[in-house]
Design a protein. Sequence first.
Length: 213
Amino acid sequence: MDTDQLIRSLAADNPHRAPRVGAVLSMALLVAAPLSILIFATFFGVRADVMSAMRNPFFDMKFAVTLSLAIPAIIVSLHLSRPEALLRGWGWLLLLLPVGLLAVAIGSEAMMAPAMPMTMRLVGKNSRVCMVAIPAMALPLLAGALFGLRHGAPSRPALAGALAGLVSAGLAATLYASHCTDDSPLFVATWYTLATALVTAIGAAVGSRVLRY
């Protein structure tokens, strides 16, 4: 019996099939999501003027940016859950959409008659809240994402953990965007990015330990 036949025989003798990483990751995020939503509902909530804010394209842009980060991050994290996977050729997925959307939005805002000074648009009113809210809501999702990726075999656990951080921060930022009254693309590019970087660093640090095999 050659090696391939032996592998097929052993696989046939074992009726148990490990669940796919994607299925486990999806389920773990769904289980963690209610806790993040509870944190959002308890401490933040939807902004009072959300109906009128929906007519502002920059308000809608926030959701486009956060989801364009979270969804590609899920795809890349699943790719990196395989031991032979490399980031080469996949990194553009993480940057192309969110950076492109922000660049277009910042350029569009710059061409408009300024409603407020650039410094005020950059700092906004909620920078401190943003730096607390996004990581706080991301932590349950990060735990779920790391749990899901543990069912894979990433050869670079710190990088896989960082991707888990990007996933959780992107989803948490999507929740936070409905609370935040700062709609300027400059604010989003600065404070959402800093909060996401913090969660990504936490994911990399924890992932380097819990995703090691």
